[in-house]
Design a protein around this ligand. Structure first.
Ligand code: SF4
Ligand code: SF4
Length: 439
């Protein structure tokens, strides 16, 4: 992701940019790259993409469809950043390049670009828009219409793509969490931590139960939780998909809203949102009005598992339940962007009754990658198949993961590749184990 004022002109910005100069061409990132693994072609690797961006920035290569294709083929999973010994911030580069190709009209038609912008701005970023879509989806799923459509293969008649997108739709919670969660929630036995909660866009509507579980677990930890109702979507999906301008608008709103309240930790249960909110500090680094405020905001953001692992609150958990076999998939934006690797494992392994098996290639992308599984369904399936195979090999009955995109994608994988496993957020497992929850 590039800063707000300098993303517009890649040609001027990138020759002077550390990101391009830092790469020492060692190739250590290649083995971790899911797209290079498919093609074995250099230009589909992180090193190859860096070289392409450099060539464009030095005017040795024109912006082109091929350039756009490679930038969009990338999952932006950031596995290459974790592998890179030189500390190349690859994600900032590829996201900047996406803004540039998007604005230059490559990689998509004008109509598709307009549709994507409309959906991201007016549906995903709008709470009422997303609620309307969720209500429609809920009706579709609960009325039996979904069963009928799937049994008859009706959508395939209209479009294969529509049929594939329909298969990805998550089962919608009965309630919206912003209506259920009070603006201020207090723990029973006195306040130990002052927290705030970002309820997200998809988490608020399509995965609302996970938000409610998060509040219950935080209360059990001794947290006062302030959830401002006028908070907005974090902006990550827009920022990662060529619409940084709108993402920054949302970020400013969130900074202003949370600035008004008194808290020490801003809790997120969505890896993508948490990563993007931690990045606000970088995004506003050159903004005189917002630089300091953004830095303060970002420094308080914590993933729920990060918070529990660091603070080690006493949780009243039931230790007499039957053992359950559990594994864990790392969401890319938790492990590679936020570098949160050991904390969720520590928390999960400490839970009573959990028999933990480490997942082979746990940090390999599942193919969800924001809206990648919608816009590049076939490419995303390659990664999903690999992930499901690894999950199957653990023989676990539950796979935990901390991102709504990964949860939806892996749930889709259970049906597509016939793997008998329950997909759950770590906080939901904790909630199930709370003694209070079982009386
Ligand atoms: S972000 Fe992921 S897909 Fe893109 S180059 Fe890096 S490792 Fe490959
Ligand atoms: S690991 Fe880092 S320095 Fe080495 S080729 Fe990849 S991006 Fe360049």
């Amino acid at each position: 992701m590039h800063r707000q004022n300098d993303y517009k002109d890649l040609l001027k910005v990138l020759p002077h940019d550390d990101i391009l100069q830092q790469c020492i061409h060692c190739g250590l990132c290649l083995a971790t790259c899911p797209t290079y693994d498919i093609t074995k072609i250099e230009r589909s690797s992180p090193r190859g993409r860096i070289a392409m961006v450099k060539s464009v920035a030095r005017s040795e290569m024109e912006l082109s469809e091929r350039f756009a294709e490679e930038m969009n083929f990338c999952l932006d999973c950031l596995a290459c950043e974790t592998a890179c010994p030189a500390g190349v911030q690859y994600g900032r580069m590829v996201e900047t390049a996406r803004v540039v190709v998007d604005e230059a009209g490559f990689g998509t038609t004008k109509l598709n670009r307009g549709i994507k912008r409309f959906l991201l701005r007016k549906i995903v970023a709008s709470r009422s828009g997303l609620k309307s879509v969720s209500r429609l989806l809920r009706f579709y799923q609960k009325s039996g219409l979904q069963k009928f459509v799937r049994a008859t293969g009706l959508l395939k008649i209209f479009s294969k793509k529509l049929n594939e997108i329909e298969a990805l739709s998550p089962s919608i919670s009965d309630k919206f969490s912003d209506k259920e969660i009070k603006e201020v929630e207090l723990p029973v036995g006195g306040v130990k931590y002052k927290t705030a909660f970002h309820f997200g866009c998809l988490m608020n509507t399509m995965f609302a139960d996970i938000n409610m579980d998060t509040i219950d677990v935080l209360k059990e930890c001794g947290c006062k939780i302030v959830t401002p109702k006028d908070q907005v979507c974090c902006g990550s999906l827009m920022g990662h998909n060529g619409d940084l301008e709108f993402a920054l608008k949302l970020a400013r709103k969130n900074i202003d809203v949370f600035e008004k309240i008194d808290y020490d930790y801003l809790i997120s249960n969505s890896a993508g949102c948490g990563a993007f909110m931690k990045d606000y500090a970088y995004l506003f680094e050159d903004d005189r009005k917002y630089a300091e405020k953004a830095k303060k905001f970002a420094s308080k953001v914590k993933d729920i598992t990060e918070f529990i692992s660091e603070q080690k609150p006493e949780l009243n958990l039931n230790s007499e339940l039957n053992p359950q076999s559990v594994t864990y998939h790392d969401a890319c934006h938790l492990v590679h962007a936020q570098k949160v690797f050991s904390q969720p494992r520590e928390v999960i392994k400490s839970l009573p009754g959990v028999e933990y098996t480490e997942l082979e290639e746990a940090t390999w992308c599942c193919g969800s990658a924001g809206i990648y599984n919608v816009v590049r369904y076939e490419d995303s399936l390659v990664q999903l198949k690999r992930k499901m195979n690894n999950i199957k090999n653990t023989n676990a009955k539950v796979v935990l993961t901390g991102n709504p995109g990964c949860m939806g994608q892996i749930k889709h994988g259970t049906k597509k590749f016939n793997v008998d496993v329950e997909v759950m957020h770590p906080v939901t497992l904790i909630k199930k184990l709370l003694k209070k929850n079982q009386t």
